[in-house]
Design a protein around this ligand. Sequence first.
Ligand SMILES: [Zn+2]
Length: 205
Amino acid sequence: MPLFLNRSTDTGAALADLFVIVRCDGGLGQATVNGQVDQVTYAKSVAGAGQDRIEALVGGTGNIVISAAPSGTLIPDGQGGTVPINLVGGVTFAPDANGIIQVAYCFDNRMFAFDTGGNRIEFPRSVILFHELAHAFHRANGSFNAGDPEFQAINDENAYRNQVGLTNRDPNNHDGGEGAGNGQAIPGCSGLAPGGGANGGCCTC
Ligand SMILES: [Zn+2]
């Protein structure tokens, strides 16, 4: 499942969030394919939920394209209309006619979700991206749970939350929204941050 970045969106922001997900593992990079996409490259040096998932996405045979979208970007709401991406966090589309799976997520908004006690918890931008990539991963490899895709993606998301010490999300509660959670933050990691646009750089999110 090669993993790509949509060059008409903020590839620097997307690569910065991927860098957080792999916990600043240095073997992450991007290579220009054409005017439309860059391909993500990754040589894993340390195992972990984040690193393992990105390695699997980079090394497979499907095609997944990430768009890092700012607040206000309109996306389909699934009911024939549109909704600003900052209200929902992200979206993953079914494979298109060319078999490409499009992922879009909001990178500049504070969001919350809920734990099993119904309490607000943080939903940081790299967690939003990891969540959407979970949907994409399962669509690409044939393991997509069409009956309960959110339960499946949130369980995957919780593996990454465990890795970085964030309170787990309730896999039976897909709600959330804009605003503060419980104040937790993903620990910083150190390493050579990939270059990128104004929203690149690492790793305070
Ligand atoms: Zn989801």
